[in-house]
Design a protein around this ligand. Structure first.
Ligand code: GLN
Ligand code: ZN
Length: 756
C-alpha cells in the first residue's frame, strides 16, 4: 500500500490571517497571547485540511521563517541579540525584522540578512556563522507542536532542515569556512532526534535541498559524514531533496544511511528510474509526483501510467507527496469565485493538490476504478486545457516562429547610436533621471480602487490620473531633472499592470504566496499564448510628454521579469512564453516610439532571479532571456534611447550577458554597498552608459549632496564620466513626497556640482 504525506503546508492562512496577526502584533495592537493563539489555530486548521494523509508535517509552521526557526532550535542566534531583554518571540522578531532604537525602546538591532530560498520567491533569514559559532539544543518549539498535533490525534512527522543544508544556507562573517562547523553541529542534531523519538516521532523529515545544487567534494563529503553520524539516532529519517534533479548527487543520496529518500519527480523526473531500481531494499522511496511550485492540475491518469509499475515494485515502500513543501502555492482554489470558469477548471492550489494526492494513492492501492469519477473529471480538465483556443493561439505561434535574428539587432552599434542620441536629446554630462515611479499616495491608491470596483467611471478616473501625472511632471521640472517620467500612478504592480492588459494572463483574488515575513505576493497566472490587443501605456506617456519640453522616458516591464514573477505554463517551454511576451512588449515599444517618445525604459528587475540552480543550465537560460529582451527592445531607430533597470548589481557572474542586452543605458542598485558592487566593472569594460543608483530609496533618510558626489566620483574611477547617469537606485513609489523632494534636490545639486 502506497502511503501519502506532505512536506509542508502554506502557513499564512487562506485569507492571510497570519500576515494580519503579525502586523497587528508588531504595531502593538495585540499582545503575545493573541499571536500565539492564532498560530495554534492556524496549525490545527492546516492539520485538519491534511488529515487524509498518512503522515502530516509538524514544524513547518513559522511565525516568520523556517530557517530562523531552525537557528533558534540549534541555539544559534546572532551575538547581538543574546542577552537582550524581552521574550523569546520578541528576540525572534528582532532578528527577523531588525528594530531601530526608536521603535524598539533602547534595544536597536539590525535585521538578519535575507536571501532567496533556492530558486523560489521565498526569502529566508541567513544564519550568520564565524569560527567561534557554537550550537545548543532548544527543542521546545518542535516538541510543543509535536505534542499539539498528537494530542489532536494527527499522525505527525516533524520536519527539520538538515545539517548540511543548514550550513549551506549560512554565511561566514569572518574568514572561517562554515563547513568546519559540522562536527559541532551534529551532536545537537543527534540530541534533537533523540528528543523527537522520546516524544513519539517514528519518522522525521530532514530537508536537504542542497542536494539539487552543484556540490564540491567537500560538501559531498559532509553529507557522508553527517548521515553516518546520525544513523544511530532512533527516529527513521526521510531525507528530502527538492526543487530539481539530483543529477550527479544522486548516487550519494541513494547510498546515505537513512530510512527513506524523497525525490522531486516533477523537476527531477529523470531521477525516478535511477532510484527505483537502485534503492536498498529496506528503504522507503517518497515520490514527489505533484507540482508544489505551480498551480496546474496534475494529469492524474498520466501520472498513474508511470507510477503503477513503481507501486507494483515497491509495495509498502512507496510514499507519495507533492514535489516540495506547498509553501510556494496559494491555499485554496475554492476561494476564487471571480476566476474565469475555464481557467479555474485547470488549476489546483494547495488543498486541491492534497485531494489529487489522495486520488493517486487510492488508485494505486485500490485500482483506478475505485476513483473513476475523480479520474474522469481530471481527464476532462486536462483535455479542455490542452484543446483550448485561449491557450493555443495559432497567430501567436506563427509570430514567434517568424522571429528572425534581426529582431534582436539594433540598426547601428552603440558608438553610432550614442552620438545620434546625444545630439537628438541634448543631454548634459551626468544626466539626471529617476527609475519610474513617484510616491503612490493614499489618494492615488483610493482612486485606483474606486475605479477597479466600478465606483468611478473611466473618464473621471483618467482625468484624476492625468492630474497626478501633471503634478509629477511639474515637480520634476522644478527639481531640474533632465529626463522625466510620468510617475506610474496608474500601476498597482509592475507585472500585474501589464498582465491585465495582455491576452493569456489570468488573475486570482486570493492566490497569495509568502515572500518573506508578513509579505505576500499574488503572482499572475500565465495560462496561454500571449498577445497584446492594444497599446498599454501610450496614452499616459504621450500625455506626460505633452506637458513638457524635457525628454519623457516611457516605462515598461520587460519580458523576462513578466515571466519570472508569474506562475508559468507547464505545457510550453519558458523560453517560448518569454518570446511571446517579448513580441508583445516590442509592439508597445514601437507604438511609444511612433507616439514621439524617444527614451524608453524596459525594466528587468527579475532577470537574475530566473538563473537556474545549476551552473550548467545558466547559459541556456541567459541565452533566451537576453534574446527576449533584445527582441522587445531593439526594433527602434538609432535615435531612440533604450534604458533598462535592475534592482541589484551582483553582476560579476553575468556581466557579459547584461552587456549583451545592448541597452543604451542601464540603471542599477549600488548605493547600499557604497558602489562596492561596481567591482564587476573592474575586470569587464561595460560598453554602454550606466546609472549606478546614488542613494538608497529603501531608507527614508535624505542623502547628503556630498555623499552623492562621492559616490559618483567613485563610479567615475571605473566608468568614464561621459557614460555615467545619476539616479536613485529604484522606483520611488514607497516613499512620500516629503522624502523624495529633498533627496532629489540633493541629487540634482550633486550632478550640477560635478559638471562644473
Ligand atoms: N519602474 C519601476 C518603478 O520605478 C521599477 C521597479 C523595480 O525595479 N522594482 O517602480
Ligand atoms: Zn528597482
Amino acid at each position: 500500500m502506497a502511503k501519502t504525506h506532505n512536506l509542508g503546508f502554506p502557513r499564512i492562512g487562506a485569507k492571510r490571517e497570519l500576515k494580519f496577526g503579525q502586523e497587528a502584533f508588531w504595531k502593538g495592537e495585540t499582545g503575545e497571547p493573541e499571536l500565539l493563539h492564532l498560530g495554534a489555530d492556524l496549525r490545527k486548521r492546516h492539520w485538519q485540511h491534511q488529515s487524509s494523509l498518512d503522515l502530516l508535517p509538524v514544524g513547518d509552521f513559522s511565525f516568520y521563517d523556517q530557517v530562523l526557526d531552525m537557528s533558534f532550535t540549534l541555539g544559534h542566534i546572532p551575538e547581538r541579540v543574546k542577552g537582550l531583554t524581552g521574550s523569546e518571540l520578541d528576540n525572534y522578531f528582532r532578528i527577523a525584522r531588525g528594530r531601530s532604537a526608536s521603535d524598539g525602546g533602547c534595544n536597536g538591532v539590525h535585521a538578519g540578512e535575507m536571501t532567496k530560498w533556492f530558486d523560489t520567491n521565498y526569502h529566508y533569514i541567513v544564519p550568520e556563522v564565524t569560527a567561534d559559532t557554537t550550537f545548543s539544543l532548544n527543542a521546545d518549539r518542535l516538541l510543543a507542536q509535536l505534542a499539539e498535533a498528537r494530542d489532536a490525534g494527527f499522525s505527525a512527522k516533524p520536519v527539520i532542515i538538515g545539517p548540511v543544508t543548514y550550513l549551506w544556507l549560512s554565511k561566514e562573517k569572518d574568514n572561517s569556512s562554515r563547513l568546519d562547523l559540522l562536527p559541532r553541529l551534529l551532536p545537537v542534531y543527534s540530541e534533537l532526534l533523540e528528543k523527537l523519538a522520546d516524544a513519539g516521532a517514528e519518522w522525521v523529515q530532514i530537508d536537504e535541498p542542497a542536494l539539487v545544487t552543484d556540490l564540491s567534494r567537500d560538501w559531498k563529503q559532509a553529507f557522508e559524514s553527517a548521515y553516518h553520524t546520525l544513523k544511530t539516532s532512533r527516529p527513521k529519517l526521510l531525507l528530502a531533496a527538492y526543487f530539481g534533479a539530483m543529477q550527479d548527487n544522486l548516487p550519494l543520496a541513494r547510498n546515505l544511511p537513512v530510512a527513506g529518500l524523497h525525490i522531486d519527480a516533477v523537476r527531477g523526473h529523470q531521477d525516478v528510474a535511477r532510484v527505483v531500481d537502485w534503492l536498498a531494499p529496506h528503504k522507503v522511496l517518497s515520490i514527489g509526483a505533484i507540482d508544489g511550485r505551480n498551480i496546474w492540475k496534475t494529469d492524474l491518469n498520466g501520472a498513474l501510467d508511470w507510477l503503477e509499475p513503481i507501486a507494483a515494485k515497491l509495495g509498502d515502500r512507496l510514499w507519495l507527496a507533492p514535489s516540495c513543501s506547498l509553501l510556494h502555492v496559494p491555499v485554496d482554489l475554492d476561494s476564487e469565485t471571480r476566476l474565469d470558469a475555464d481557467i479555474r477548471n485547470w488549476l489546483a492550489f494547495a488543498l486541491q493538490k492534497l485531494d489529487e494526492l489522495d486520488v493517486l494513492a487510492r488508485a494505486l492501492n485500490n485500482g483506478r476504478n475505485s476513483v473513476a469519477v475523480a479520474l474522469n473529471n481530471n481527464a476532462r480538465s486536462i483535455q479542455s486545457r490542452h484543446a483550448s483556443l485561449r491557450v493555443n493561439d495559432p497567430g501567436v505561434r506563427q509570430a514567434v516562429a517568424a522571429i528572425t535574428p534581426d529582431f534582436g539587432q539594433r540598426q547601428a552599434p552603440f558608438s553610432i547610436r550614442r552620438t545620434r542620441q546625444r545630439a537628438a536629446h541634448r543631454l548634459p554630462l551626468f544626466p539626471t533621471t529617476t527609475i519610474g515611479s513617484f510616491p503612490q499616495t493614499a489618494d492615488i491608491r483610493k482612486t485606483r480602487k474606486l475605479y477597479r470596483n466600478g465606483d468611478l467611471d473611466e473618464a473621471s478616473y483618467k482625468s484624476l490620473m492625468k492630474d497626478e501625472i501633471h503634478q509629477t511632471v511639474r515637480e520634476q521640472e522644478n527639481l531640474g531633472l533632465d529626463v522625466l517620467v510620468h510617475g506610474e500612478p496608474e500601476r498597482n504592480d509592475m507585472v500585474e499592470y501589464f498582465g491585465e492588459q495582455l491576452e493569456g494572463y489570468a488573475f486570482s483574488q486570493f492566490g497569495w504566496v509568502q515572500s518573506y515575513g508578513s509579505r505576500c505576493v499574488k503572482p499572475p497566472i500565465l495560462f496561454g499564448d500571449i498577445s497584446r490587443p492594444q497599446a498599454m501605456t501610450v496614452e499616459w506617456i504621450r500625455y506626460a510628454q505633452s506637458l513638457t519640453d524635457k525628454p519623457m522616458k516611457g516605462m515598461l516591464t520587460g519580458p523576462v521579469t513578466l515571466l519570472n514573477w508569474s506562475f508559468v505554463r507547464d505545457d510550453l517551454p519558458h523560453r517560448q512564453s518569454c518570446y511571446q511576451l517579448a513580441l508583445a512588449i516590442r509592439e508597445e515599444v514601437q507604438d511609444l516610439e511612433a507616439a514621439g517618445i524617444n527614451l524608453i525604459q524596459i525594466d528587468e528587475a527579475a532577470l537574475r532571479e530566473g538563473l537556474p540552480l545549476r551552473r550548467s543550465e545558466w547559459p541556456a537560460y541567459l541565452d533566451w532571456a537576453i534574446e527576449s529582451f533584445r527582441i522587445a527592445a531593439n526594433g527602434v531607430k538609432n535615435e531612440t534611447q533604450i534604458h533598462t533597470h535592475m534592482c541589484y548589481s551582483e553582476f560579476n557572474d553575468i556581466i557579459e550577458s547584461i552587456a549583451a542586452m545592448d541597452a543604451d543605458v542601464i540603471t542599477i542598485e549600488t548605493s547600499r554597498s557604497d558602489m562596492e558592487l561596481l567591482n564587476a566593472f573592474d575586470d569587464f569594460q561595460y560598453p554602454n552608459e550606466i546609472g549606478p543608483g546614488v542613494y538608497d530609496i529603501h531608507s527614508p533618510n535624505t542623502p547628503a549632496e556630498e555623499h552623492i558626489a562621492q559616490m559618483i566620483q567613485g563610479a567615475a574611477a571605473r566608468i568614464p564620466a561621459e557614460r555615467l547617469w545619476i539616479n536613485p537606485d529604484c522606483g520611488l513609489k514607497t516613499r512620500t513626497w516629503e522624502e523624495v523632494v529633498p533627496a532629489l534636490k540633493n541629487m540634482v545639486r550633486a550632478a550640477k556640482g560635478l559638471r562644473q
